[in-house]
Design a protein around this ligand. Structure first.
Ligand code: QV4
Ligand code: CA
Length: 512
């Protein structure tokens, strides 16, 4: 009996590391602040056909509405209730999106904000996304309902009631993160309300969760919540499938709370990945691409089977959260394409691609004065739809990095090489590198200030391949550069440092 219970517990916790993606798909895209109706259409017209495994959506729960006078993106990280009406749409639109994405094999992962409700200074009234009444002053959220009893303040020992010192574990978990009313997840009642919210979404068909602010919650409390979660909906997932869980913990070292405390519960965001990759791409601190030979665990990152990785996220692309100035984003498009390409070619972790909106970036003394700016919106504050241009890019301020040819084709590359080992590494001891994935794919990158001109062992079967960075295979022909691989697996590569994109990638399905 004991063995059985142990096996069940292990089974449960292991399953939560699996993204449940279908048809050999491997990557997630964060469609930051997109409307549900646009995501549904994107699943059908683009993500399904191009092999994306799933979408991380912005928080679907009711949030505060902050107008001063424009609405910041971060209002959605201040829940008012678990009603499913948000800036992205209402419950019917959410359900329609989940159904339509699932029907084309694209999973939905919900950003779950369960550590807190709105800020202590949120006032009271109905300035919330479903128009529900709340009082931050009295800590009352009647439509959950939560009352002042459900918050942690009694346990917080700082003068301000806020987290003041990240070296003190009790503060970090029992005090208010930037003034946000901190839920008492040790209470069975609170755990039940949070689990009900997540279960409603699971029953609607979502495949898992990005859990916000996990550093600020006790692992034991999270385990108790996850333990109450239903299995995934069998209309789309095999019986017994557990929700995928990836937990936001920013662990760059130097704090007592470690990512490893959360490994048993699900995957964890590896923030060192983007911070280090940015430093390497920018060649700061003497870093070089050739140092990436042991990229991954060799760099002190968490075990690959626990990691969720990304080049940038919605916080650190605008100076929130962590990672700092080294983070590469769409604002540095040339470096960004290389960094994302490298991430997608490399076997480490489950990969997440960022898809952003443009804002009026205005950096003064290293700080973006407009880091609060919300998504493209109409005068009444409602979010604008994502229009698709004839050349398949997006309009109206939506960046759609996931539609950039180089990034989309590397998402496909990762699916094609899935399960293949890291192989055939080459470097010039500087910023020119190459590596393969068994006999299924090969990538060559030139981030030096001079040309790359070299013959390499690719591990690929002989033949003519189409580079999926400068173009792609289109019917029988290649719209980009061609690479000749000899019968011995060797191929000659030339990449000018002045090329629009100084990297080349070929894979089994790009063979002509
Ligand atoms: C302000 C003051 C406080 C004061 C408070 C009084 O700064 O000192 O006590 O008013 O009410 C917004 C404002 C912030 C304001 C707060 C409360 O920016 O100035 O506090 O609201 O009103 C996002 C944004 C935050 C935003 C928050 C809530 O990044 O700026 O705060 O949403 O709207 C740490 C954490 C990590 C976190 C990261 C940003 O360990 O978990 O910081 N990342 C996640 C999300 C992130 C989100 C939150 C957590 C909170 O990815 O997007 O914060 O849900 O590293
Ligand atoms: Ca907390």
């Amino acid at each position: 009996m004991k063995v059985l219970i142990l096996a069940m517990l292990l089974g449960l916790s292991f399953a939560q590391h699996n993204p449940n993606t279908k048809h050999g798909r491997t990557s997630i895209v964060h469609l930051f602040e997109w409307r549900w109706a646009d995501i549904a259409a994107e699943c059908e017209r683009y993500l399904g056909p191009n092999g994306f495994g799933g979408v991380q959506i912005s928080p679907p729960s009711e949030s505060i509405v902050v107008s001063n006078p424009w609405r910041p993106w971060w209002e959605r990280y201040q829940p008012i209730s678990y009603n499913l009406c948000s800036r992205s749409g209402n419950e019917n639109e959410l359900r329609d999106m989940i159904t339509r994405c699932n029907n084309v094999g694209v999973n939905i992962y919900v950003d779950a904000v369960i550590n807190h409700m709105c800020g202590a200074g949120g006032g009271e009234g109905r300035h919330s996304s479903c128009g529900t009444y709340f009082s931050a002053n009295r800590k009352e959220f009647p439509s959950v309902p939560y009352t002042s009893w459900d918050f942690n303040d009694g346990k917080c020992r700082t003068g301000s009631g806020n987290i003041e010192n990240y070296q003190d574990v009790n503060q970090v978990r029992n005090c208010r993160l930037v003034g946000l009313l901190d839920l008492s997840l040790e209470k069975d009642y609170v755990r039940g309300k949070v689990a009900d919210y997540m279960n409603k979404l699971i029953d609607m068909g979502v495949a898992g969760f990005r859990v916000d602010a996990c550093k600020h919650m006790w692992p034991g409390d999270l385990g108790a919540v996850y333990g109450r979660l239903h299995n995934l909906n069998t209309r789309w997932f095999s019986p017994g499938s557990r929700p995928f869980v990836f937990q936001e913990v920013i662990d760059l070292g130097g704090e007592p709370i470690k990512s490893s405390e959360y490994f048993g519960l699900g995957r964890v965001t590896e923030f060192k990945y983007g911070a280090k990759l940015g430093t390497v791409m920018r060649k700061w601190n003497g870093e070089k691409l050739s140092f990436l030979k042991n990229w991954g665990e060799g760099w002190g990152f968490m075990p690959s089977d626990k990691a969720l990785v990304f080049v940038d996220n919605h916080d650190n692309q605008r100076g929130h959260g962590a990672g700092g100035a080294s983070i590469v984003t769409f604002w540095d498009a040339r470096l960004y394409k290389m960094a994302v390409g490298l991430m997608l070619a490399h076997p480490y972790g489950v990969t997440r691609v960022m898809s952003s909106f443009r804002w009026n970036r205005h950096i003064v003394n290293g700080k973006d004065q407009n880091d609060w700016m919300g998504p493209p919106s109409h005068g009444d504050g409602s979010t604008k739809p994502v229009p698709i241009n004839p050349d398949s890019t997006c309009g109206d301020g939506w960046v759609c990095e996931h539609r950039w040819r180089q990034i989309r084709n590397m998402v496909i590359f990762r699916n094609v090489v899935n399960g293949q080992p890291f192989s055939n590494w080459w470097d010039n001891r500087s910023n020119q590198i190459a590596f393969g994935r068994g006999n299924r794919g090969f990538i060559v990158i030139n981030n030096d200030d001079w040309d790359l001109d070299v013959t390499l062992s690719t591990g690929m079967p002989g033949g003519t391949y189409c580079d999926v960075i400068s173009g792609q295979k289109d019917g029988g022909r290649c719209t980009g550069k061609q690479v000749q691989v000899g019968g011995d697996g060797r191929a000659h590569f030339r990449i000018s440092n002045r090329d629009e994109d100084p990297f080349i990638a070929i894979h089994a399905d790009s063979k002509l």
